[in-house]
Design a protein around this ligand. Structure first.
Ligand code: HEM
Ligand SMILES: *[C@@H]1O[C@H](CO)[C@@H](O)[C@H](O)[C@H]1NC(C)=O
Ligand SMILES: *[C@@H]1O[C@H](CO)[C@@H](O)[C@H](O)[C@H]1NC(C)=O
Ligand SMILES: *[C@@H]1O[C@H](CO)[C@@H](O)[C@H](O)[C@H]1NC(C)=O
Length: 431
C-alpha cells in the first residue's frame, strides 16, 4: 500500500473509533449534533453568534442538548422551562461551577465565583452577609451608594458639557462602592490607588499562595487569608465591569430613545424633584424608571450564557443521565428573549415591564443575574447602584448625543463572556 492509502485508512479508523467511543460514552446524555474527533462540535457553532447557534440547535434537538467543546461534553439549557427546572427545581445538583482552565490556575478554586463544594458554600454565605447587611461598618450600603452617586455627578460636571467617553468614570463608581464596603474608604477618581488596586490584589494572591510562605506556620490562617484575598478579588472582578457596562449601555440606549428618557426625567422631577438625592424608597413610586432599568438589563443581555455551571453528582434529568462534573451552560439569553413573555424581544421597550395601567409588571423571566443557588451575590447591590446612579445622573444632566438618535449604533461587542456596548461619545449638559 502506498503511504497515502495508509494515512487515509488510519485516519478513518481513528475517526470511527472516536465516534464509537463518543456514542457509547454519550449513552444517556441529551441529544446533540455528532461531534468530530478532537474538535468536537466547533464547526457547528458560530463563535461570533453563539446565541443564534444555540437557538438553531434547540429547534433541532430540543431545549436540552449536548455539545462537545473538544472532547468534553457540555449540556446546554435553552429556554425558561429547562433553565428553571435545572437551576431551581434541581438547584443543589446544578450548583457546581464549570471549569475555566485559565482561571483555575489563577484562582486555585478559591473565592466564591470559581469555587466548589464547602469552600463555595462558606464564601457565598460570607459575601452575602457582607453585601446584604451594613457592609463592614456602621453606615448602610445605600448611604455609600448615594455618596458615590454625588461624587459621580460632580465628576461628570467637570466635563463641562463637552463630548466624552464615559467608560472610565462609569466603571470607577461601582468599583468605589466595593472599596467603600470592603475597605471603609472610597478613592478619588484620579487616585492612582484605584488603578493599581486590582494589581495589588493580584499580587497579594500570588504572594499568599507562594510555596515559601511560612511553611511551618499556621496553615489554616494561610488558607483563610488566601481565600479572603481571592474573594475580595472576586467581588471587584464581578462587581465592577458588570455594573459599569450596564450603566454605559443604559446611557447609550437613553440617547437612542429620547422619548423614554423624557418620561424617566418627568418621573424623577415629579417624585424626587431637583434638589434631594434619590433614595431607594423613591423606586416604589417610579414604575416607569424601574421598568426602564429592567428593560435595559433584559435588552443588553450582559452575560448571555451566565458563568458555566457543573453538576455536583450524577443527575437524572428529563430521562437523561448527566454524569457528575459535566459542564452545564444556562442560556439566560434565551429566557430574556422569550417572545411570548416579551413580545418583539429584539425591540427596546420599557412596556415589557409595565401593565396596561402603567404599573410595574414583575416577570419570572427576568434573570440577567441568573437564578438558583449560584445566583449573582451582588444582585441587590447592583440593582441599587443602577437605580441610584442613573436617577442621580438624569436628575442633574440632559444627555446629548453627537449624532441624531436614529444613527446611534447600539450593536454590542463580545468581550469574554459578556456583551458590552460599543465605544461612544456623549455630552452631559447640566439642567
Ligand atoms: C449589572 C450587574 C451584574 C450582573 C448582570 C451580574 C450577573 C452575574 C451572573 C450572570 C452571575 C453568574 C451566576 C451563575 O453562575 O449562574 C454572577 C455571579 C456573581 N456575581 Fe454578579 N452581576 C452583577 C453585579 C455584581 C456585583 C455588583 C457583585 C458584587 C459586588 C457581584 C458578585 C457576584 C458574585 C460573587 C458571583 C458568584 C456567585 C456564585 O458563584 O455563587 N455581581 N453575576
Ligand atoms: C480555603 O480553601 C481551602 C482549599 O484550598 C480549604 O481547604 C479551606 O477550608 C478554605 N478555608 C476557608 C476558611 O474557607
Ligand atoms: C421595582 O423593581 C423591583 C425589582 O427590582 C420590584 O420588586 C418592585 O416591585 C418594583 N416596584 C415598582 C413600584 O416599580
Ligand atoms: C454598528 O457597529 C457594529 C460594530 O460595533 C458594526 O458592525 C455595524 O456595521 C454598525 N452598524 C451601523 C449601521 O453602522
Amino acid at each position: 500500500m502506498d503511504p497515502f492509502t495508509v494515512l487515509v485508512l488510519s485516519l478513518s479508523f481513528l475517526l470511527l473509533l472516536s465516534l464509537w467511543r463518543q456514542k457509547t460514552e454519550r449513552g444517556k446524555l441529551p441529544p446533540g449534533p455528532t461531534p468530530l474527533p478532537l474538535i468536537g462540535n466547533f464547526l457547528q457553532i458560530d463563535v461570533k453568534n453563539i446565541q443564534k447557534s444555540f437557538t438553531k440547535l434547540s429547534k433541532v434537538y430540543g431545549p436540552v442538548f449536548t455539545l462537545y467543546f473538544g472532547q468534553q461534553p457540555t449540556v446546554v439549557l435553552h429556554g425558561y422551562n429547562a433553565v428553571k427546572e435545572a437551576l431551581i427545581d434541581h438547584g443543589e445538583e446544578f450548583s457546581g461551577r464549570g471549569r475555566f482552565p485559565v482561571l483555575d490556575k489563577i484562582f486555585n478554586g478559591l473565592g466564591v465565583i470559581f469555587s466548589n463544594g464547602n469552600t463555595w458554600k462558606e464564601m457565598k454565605r460570607f459575601s452575602l452577609t457582607t453585601l446584604r447587611n451594613l457592609g463592614m461598618g456602621k453606615r448602610s450600603i445605600e448611604d455609600r451608594v448615594q455618596e458615590e452617586a454625588q461624587c459621580l455627578v460632580e465628576e461628570l460636571r467637570k466635563t463641562n458639557g463637552l463630548p466624552c467617553d464615559p467608560s472610565f468614570i462609569l466603571t470607577c463608581a461601582p468599583c468605589n462602592v466595593i472599596c467603600s464596603i470592603v475597605f471603609q474608604n472610597r478613592f478619588d477618581y484620579k487616585d492612582k490607588h484605584v488603578l493599581n488596586l486590582l494589581k495589588y490584589l493580584e499580587e497579594n494572591a500570588k504572594i499568599l499562595s507562594a510555596p515559601w510562605i511560612q511553611e511551618n506556620c499556621n496553615q489554616e490562617l494561610k488558607y483563610t487569608l488566601e481565600n479572603l484575598t481571592v474573594m475580595v478579588n472576586d467581588l471587584f472582578g464581578a462587581g465592577t465591569e458588570t455594573t459599569g457596562s450596564t450603566m454605559k449601555y443604559a446611557l447609550l440606549l437613553l440617547m437612542k430613545y429620547p422619548h423614554v428618557t423624557a418620561k424617566v426625567q418627568e418621573e424623577i422631577d415629579r417624585v424626587v424633584g431637583r434638589e434631594r438625592s434619590p433614595c431607594m424608597q423613591d423606586r416604589n413610586h417610579m414604575p416607569y424608571t424601574n421598568a426602564t432599568i429592567h428593560e435595559v438589563q433584559r435588552f443588553i443581555d450582559l452575560v448571555p450564557n451566565s458563568v458555566p455551571h457543573a453538576v455536583t453528582c450524577d443527575v437524572k434529568f428529563r430521562n437523561y443521565l448527566i454524569p457528575k462534573g459535566t459542564t452545564v451552560i444556562a442560556s439566560l439569553s434565551s429566557v430574556l428573549h422569550d417572545s411570548k413573555e416579551f413580545p418583539n424581544p429584539e425591540t427596546f421597550d420599557p412596556g415589557h415591564f409595565l401593565d396596561g395601567n402603567g404599573n410595574f409588571k414583575k416577570s419570572d423571566y427576568f434573570m440577567p443575574f441568573s437564578t438558583g443557588k449560584r445566583v449573582c451575590a451582588g444582585e441587590g447591590l447592583a440593582k441599587m447602584e443602577l437605580f441610584l446612579f442613573l436617577t442621580t445622573i438624569l436628575q442633574k444632566f440632559k444627555l446629548k448625543s453627537l449624532v441624531p438618535p436614529k444613527d446611534v449604533n447600539i450593536t454590542s461587542v463580545v468581550n469574554g463572556i459578556s456583551l458590552v456596548p460599543p465605544h461612544y461619545q456623549i455630552c452631559f449638559i447640566p439642567v
